[in-house]
Structures are given as C-alpha cells and as structure tokens.
Design a protein around this ligand. Structure first.
Ligand code: UDP
Ligand code: UDP
Length: 429
C-alpha cells in the first residue's frame, strides 16, 4: 500500500519513484533494511538506491552488502565517504558500532547532494536527527525504518519529554526514574536500556537527539504487527505518546531476503545442507534448545562458562551460536579455550557449539528445534517462527523487547523448559 501511494504521489520525472535507503551500522540495524530493500526490489516499479559506507565495521555486514547487490543488480549502490573522525582519541574504548553511528552523523551534512532529486528517503533512527532536517530542507519525504519494537519506539519518542518533565518538576532526588509512557506502559528504571541512566553517555545523547527529531519524520515503518503490540501501536497512532506523532506502519514480521525472493513455503528450513542443519536433521523433533545472543558478544566470558555449565547439567540437546567478540573480525579465540577444558568432549553428540555466522531464521524453522534461549534482540524475537522463546535480556533494548515477548507468551514447551531450567538452577547463581 505504501509503495502504491508513493507511485501515485512521488513520481520522479521518468515516472518511476526513486527510494533512497540510508542505513546505519550493525547487523541488528542492517538486516531489517536489507529485508525491506529486497522486498521493494522484488516488488518492482521503484528505483532503489542504498547509501553504502565501506569498509563496514564487521565482516558480516560486508558479506551481507555483497550478497544484496549480487542478488539485486538493479539496486544502485551510492558510496558515501565519511569525514575523518579520530574516534579512538575522542571516545576511547567505545563500542565500534556506536562510533560508526557517530561518524555517520558527523558526515551527514554531505548527504544533501546525494538525496536531491529522489522521491523519498528511508533512514535509520540512529541517524534521524541529522537526516530528517536535510530532507526537510530539500523537500524530500523522510521515513524512519525502526528496527526495534513499537514499545521501544514509544520510549524513544517519549524519553525527551520525560526528561523535560523531570526538569520542570526539578526532581531533586535525580536519576532518570521509571518512565511512564502515556497509553503504553510504565517502564521501570531497571528495565530501561541501562546507558540511558547516564545522560552524559554518547548513546544517550544520540538517542535523545534522535528522539526529539523523529516527531518531524514523515512516517515510521516498524518491524512489528498489530496483534503483537496493539497497545503501543494504538498509543503512538492516537498521539497519546507524543501529540501529533507521524503515521506508524506496522510492516513486520520482516522476512529474510531468501523467503521474500522465492515462492518457497515459509515453513521449509532454507538452511538445509549446512553442517549445522545436517546435525539438526539427526536430532529428534523439538528436542534441541537453540541458544543465541545476537550477532556479537552479549555476555562476558565468565557468563559463557556459566551458561556452558548450565547447558551441560540440563542434559538437554542444544545448539549454541556463540559470539565471543564485539566485532567478528577480532575473533581469534579457540572454542575449547573459551568454553573450558573438556566441555566440548563431554557434550559431544547432544550439544553443538559454533562461532560461524549461521542462517538463524532458517535454523529456527527446523523441526528439531524446541526452545529458543535468546537475548531478545528484536530481530531474533520477530523471527522465532513459533518456537517458544525464553528471554534472557541483556543490554540495549533487550529488556523492553522482553516485556513484549512476555505479553505474547506461549506455554506449549513446558516439559523441555522445565528440564532445561533445572540444569541452570543446579549450577548457576
Ligand atoms: N544472526 C544470524 N546469524 C548469526 C548471528 C545473528 O542470522 O550467526 C541474525 C539474527 O537472526 C538476527 C540478527 O542477526 O536477525 C541479530 O539481531 P537481533 O536484533 O536479534 O540482535 P542484536 O545482534 O542486534 O543484538
Ligand atoms: N536507539 C534509538 N536511537 C538511537 C540509538 C538507539 O532509538 O539513537 C534504539 C534502537 O531501537 C536500537 C536500540 O536503541 O534498536 C538499542 O540500541 P543498539 O542497536 O545499540 O542495541 P543492540 O545492538 O545491543 O540490540
């Protein structure tokens, strides 16, 4: 429907609308962009270009860009060169993906000439405060593809208002406090993304900046659906969260590019043939706990050992997709060293651990998988494919996402869940 509206209202000179995507960095942000870009390209009738910054931070990002452009040769790659930014000196020890967002923001004023003449821009929330004003200046509609849940969008939009209200009340005891999002829910301080408790943090400054500016976007595309987040979506659309909030389109759950480009039955595991899928083929139906905490290290090495101990004593079959570094290019560790002496031998046959990039969505559709232990990154949640999900939220938006997971909970895995949790209860604090 949005494409048709665009075709009617935003035709460029030759009659074909031109949509320019301006994504940011990190697989959790890029994957949803690639999915929408693939769906739009597959649909046709629209010229698509993608602002691309090379080299990417991680190898996974580079591989996925290459795959996208190979699969859709009609997409125009618009190379964007960042201004020099001595991130290490200015923000020592910061997350490299956050620094890439900062570098993009500082170079964003150079985007104007690239955007001029396109019919519409779709950008990431991390760049919103810089890209929206440029689009306004040259009268190009700007939508935000929001990669997390609608509840998180309501928090991002309301957080600056909450801080302003605190300021007005001159909240003496200080602290950010619980955030009571009008019409949505009250998010306890301990369930907020924890960097938000420190207003001096780069992440927090960016999020507040973006949160203030997003009310000027022309609309939001969110990877969610009405049945999953009816309350948050209604509150955003009714202007309860922030009066006059732009239109919000629930376009999820987004499909991987493989399923959006083929007529395959969605239930068919597309990872068939990979070594991990072959191992899964040998396991009884719904017997395996799939353990994954996103595309980079979400837990400490000490926690990895604890999780290993829990998996071992649970007696369950498991497939653990383990990331041990923030950036995949830095990962030189041997699994045996990370997991501790003898672990892999002791679980051989019933447990498989891999550090490789896997096609998670396809694997989750495998009949052998019975439970998903996840950090509750939003892309993981929305692709759980009906597999019961046990949320173990960590940083970022994970706790907010977990509140959404709980609101749509399923109890059809009690047996596997109880055996599994017993292993953890015995061995983990
Ligand atoms: N992913 C994958 N294979 C991997 C690691 C990650 O397919 O080996 C995908 C996963 O399916 C999800 C995304 O990477 O779509 C990670 O995004 P999410 O929001 O779940 O977590 P984040 O990594 O951003 O914390
Ligand atoms: N976010 C935002 N504005 C910003 C930065 C982040 O709205 O300027 C939101 C966005 O929803 C993102 C979430 O905060 O998904 C968590 O950030 P991040 O991607 O770092 O989390 P992670 O990769 O750990 O899931």
């Amino acid at each position: 429907r949005s494409i048709m509206a665009l075709q009617e209202t935003q035709s460029s000179v030759d009659g074909v609308p031109h949509v320019m995507f301006i994504p940011s960095a990190g697989m959790g942000h890029l994957l949803p962009f690639f999915r929408v870009i693939a769906a739009l390209s597959y649909h046709g009738g629209v010229e698509v270009s993608v602002v691309t910054v090379l080299p990417t931070v991680s190898a996974a990002e580079a591989d996925h860009f290459t795959e996208l452009f190979a699969k859709f040769p009609g997409i125009r790659r618009v190379d964007f060169h960042l201004l020099p930014f001595d991130a290490a000196a200015e923000f020592p020890g910061h997350d490299p993906f956050l620094l890439r967002w900062e570098a993009l923001r500082r170079s964003a004023h150079l985007l104007g000439p690239l955007i001029t003449g396109v019919s519409a821009v779709i950008t990431d929330v991390t760049l919103a405060s810089h890209v929206i004003p440029i689009c306004k200046d040259i009268h190009v509609p700007c939508h935000v593809l929001f990669v997390s849940c609608a509840t998180m969008l309501s928090l991002v939009a309301y957080f600056p208002v909450h801080l302003d209200n605190n300021q007005k009340k001159k909240a003496a005891t200080g602290g950010v406090g619980d955030v009571d999002i009008p019409g949505v829910r009250c998010i306890a301080q301990s369930w907020l993304p924890q960097p938000l408790l420190d207003l001096e943090k780069l992440f927090t400054k960016q999020l507040i900046d973006n949160g203030r500016e997003i009310t000027k976007a022309d609309g939001f595309l969110v990877n969610t659906f009405d049945a999953l987040e009816p309350v948050a979506l209604a509150a955003l659309r009714d202007g309860k969260v922030v009066p006059g909030f732009p239109p919000v389109y629930a376009i999820g759950p987004l499909k991987s590019h493989t399923s959006s480009t083929s007529n395959d039955n969605d239930d068919k595991p597309a990872a068939a043939g990979s070594p991990v899928a072959c191992w899964l083929d040998e396991q009884p139906v719904k017997s395996v706990v799939y353990v994954a905490f996103g595309n980079r290290n979400a837990v400490t090495h000490e926690q990895i050992r604890e999780i290993a101990a829990g998996l071992e004593s649970s007696g369950c079959r498991f497939l653990w997709v383990l990331k041990t570094t923030t950036v995949d290019r830095d990962d030189a560790a041997e699994l045996a060293d990370v997991l501790g002496d003898g672990f892999l031998d002791r679980v051989q046959g019933r447990g498989l651990v891999t550090k490789a990039w896997v096609d998670q969505e396809a694997l989750l559709k495998h009949p052998g998988v019975g439970l998903f232990l996840s950090h509750s990154g939003w892309n993981s949640v929305t692709a759980a494919a009906g597999v019961p999900l046990l949320a173990w939220p960590g940083g970022g938006d994970h706790r907010v996402n977990a509140t959404v997971v709980v609101s749509g909970k399923s109890y059809n895995c009690l047996e596997l869940l109880s055996i599994f949790l017993k292993g953890f209860a015995n061995d983990c604090t």
